[in-house]
Ligand binder design. Sequence first.
Ligand code: DGJ
Length: 722
Amino acid sequence: MINFNEQNNVFTLETKNTTYAIGLLENSLLVHLYWGKKLNNAINENWNNDFTWRSHSPFDYGKYSTNALPLEFSAYGGGDSRTASFSALYNDGSRVSKYYYKGYEIIKGKPEITGLPSTYAESGDKVETLVINLYDELKKVNVYLNYSVFEEYDVITRNIKVVNGGETLKLHTVLSAMTDFFGCDDMDIIHLDGAWARERYVTRQRIVPGNQNIKSQIGISSSYHNPFIAICDKNTTENTGDAYGFNLVYSGNFTAGAERNPYGTIRTYIGINPNEFEWVLETNQSFETPEAILVYSDKGLSGMSRIFHKIIRTRLCRGKFRDIERYALINNWEATYFNFNEDKIVKIAQKAKQIGVDTMVLDDGWFGRRTDDTRGLGDFVEMPDRLPNGLSGLAKRINDLGMHFGLWFEPEMVNPDSELFEKHPDWIIHTNGRTPSKIRHQYTLDLSRKDVCDYIIDCVGGILKRANIEYVKWDMNRQMSEVGSAMLPAERQGEVMHRYMLGLYYVFETLTKEFPNVLFEACASGGARYDGGILHYMPQVWTSDDTDAVERIKIQYGTSFVYPYSTMGAHVSACPNHQNGRTTPFEMRCNVAICGQFGFELDLNKCTDEELETAKKAVQNYRRLGEIFHKGDLYRLRSPFESLMAVNEFISEDKNTVLVCIYPHSTVTAGYDEYIKLSGLDENALYELNGKSYGGDYLMNKGIHIINDYEYKTKILELKKQ
Ligand code: DGJ
C-alpha cells in the first residue's frame, strides 16, 4: 500500500482505485508527482527531468526552482513565493525556515492525533501511515509529514507534527496539507459558502492566476465557508471526470484555497488559519495540526462525495449511534419558542407519539431567568414556573408515553444577565481594555481555560445524571470577537482560538465517553459549525435554522458534497415558514426532510387530519427507507442551483433498492415531459417501478419519464432490482 522505491526515490501511496506519488529530489525536497487513477507501473525513473529545465532561480536548493516546483511542504523563506505551509518566528528575529529530508517510516494502522478529532482504523482495516521526517538543521526543528492511507476507502489523510529540538520559537503557519498540481492551470475550484439560514451553497469558479482563498477567522468553522474545497477539471460533472476533495477535520479558524502560479501549477492547501494563530513552542515541545481528509475520484463530484460520506460516516463518526437507526424526534422550538410549560410540552409529545415519533426534545428556555434570549444563559437550573417537577418530572412524563426525552443546552455561552457571569466575569473571551461585544446578547465562555471546561463538564454531566435525558442538542450561537484570555500571558494570546478548540474537544470527549447512551446533535445558529471535528463526537448536526423546504433542498444538496445525509438533522416545520414566509405543501416538507435525520419542528396539534396522515406515513417511510438515505450511495442527478427541478438518487448498500427524490422547487411549465437519466445501476438488470419493468441500461441512457406538472409536487420513486 505504501512503498518507497529506492531506485527512483519515489514514495507511492496506493488505495484500491488511486495512486498518490511523492518524489524525493536529490536536493532533499519532496515533490508531488501524481495523484489520480491507480497506476499499474512505477513512475518513470527520470521523473526529475520534468523540473530541471527551470533552473533560472534555484535559490539554495540546487538546480531546481523552489518557486515553480510542485511541493508537498513549503516552508517560508526558501524562495517559494506561493502560500507557505509552514512559517515560524525564531528568537533571533528570523522568519526563515529551511527543511531537508531526513528519513521516513511506514507504520501499520494510524496513530491518534493528541487532543484532536481524527479518522481512525478499526481492526481488519487496511490502513498504513507514512511518516516523512524533515529537519531544519540550523533551528533544530523536526517536521513530520503524516500520510495515512485507507486502502479500501480510497482516502488519504494528512497532518503535520512539529517537534522543537532548538530554542523557543513561535509557530505562525502550520497547514495540515498542501498538494501542488504541476502543469494543470485550467481547473475549477468548488467551495461551500453561505450565511445564517443559507449554509453551504455550492460555488464553482475557474481558478484564475493568484490565490483563491476561503477562510474562517471568527472562532467557528462558520456558515460563511465550510472547511472544504474541491478542485476539478473544467469538464468534470456530477458523475464524470476527475475531482479532488480536501476537508479539514476542525471546528475553528481555517484557511483553504487554490493558488495558481505563473508557471502553470496550482497549489492547494488547507489548515488552521495562520492570520489568527501564533503558538509558542518551547524546547522539546511538539505541536500537531488537525487532520485533512484527501479524496480523489474519477467519477465526478458525486463520486468524490460518496468517498467522503463513507469515511466520515464510518471512520470519523464514532460511538453507539454511528451505525444504528436514530430517533424520529419532535422539537418544540418553532412550536413554542420561549412560551411553554410542562403541560404544553407533554401535549406536543402526546400528539407526536400518535404519528409514531419516538423522542420529544425540549429546546431553549427551560432554565434560570431565560424567559427570552437576553438573559439566563449559563444558569442551567430548571425554571420552576415552567418545569414545576424539574427535568426529571418532565422526562418521566415523556418516558411514560413511551418516548425518549431530549434536551437543549448552550454550554459554551453566557448572558451578562446571569448568575454565572455575575460570579465569573473573567470567564469570557475578552481582551484587555476593550468592551467585549455581545452577539445575541451573549458572550463566549473561555474554553481555552481548563477550569471553564471542567465547569461545563460538571454542569452538563450533572444534569444528564439526574434526569433521564437520552438526546442532547448542543447549541452555540455566536462567533468570537475581541479574542483574548485572562489566563494566558501576552505572548500566548495568539493561542486562544486553537486552545478553545482543544478545550471544546476535551469537553466533548469527556461527556460523550461518560454518556455513551446519549445521542448528541450539534447546532450553531443552525449549521454554522458543520464540520468533521464536530462529527467525530456528535454524529448529526442541525443542518440549518432554515426549515423552508425549498431552501433546504439547496442547503442539503451543498452539504452533501462532503457530509452524508446520516449527519443532517432535517425537520418538518409549519407554514408560512418562520424564516422566509414561504408556503409549501406538507408532503414536500416531509419528502425533503426524510433523507436526513428526520423530525418535526412544529405543534402537530395544529395540523389538519390530512397533514397528520401525511406525517404518519412519512415517519413510517423514514423507518423503512432511512437506512438507504443514510448509508446508500448518493448520485446527485440535478442541481437545485442549475435546474428548476433538483433530483437525488440513492442506491441501497445491497444495490437492490433505488430511491429517486424529485424536487421541482421553482416554477415549471405545466405538463412538461422530462426523462431523468439514473446513474450507478446494473446495466444488465431489470428494475421494477410502479409495477412496470425497466432495464438498468435503459434507465441510465434514456431515463425515467416524468411529467413535470406542478411546482413543489415532489416525489420519491422507489425502484426494485428484479
Ligand atoms: C439556535 C438554534 O439554531 C435553534 O434551533 C434554537 O435551538 C435556538 N438557537 C434556541 O435559542
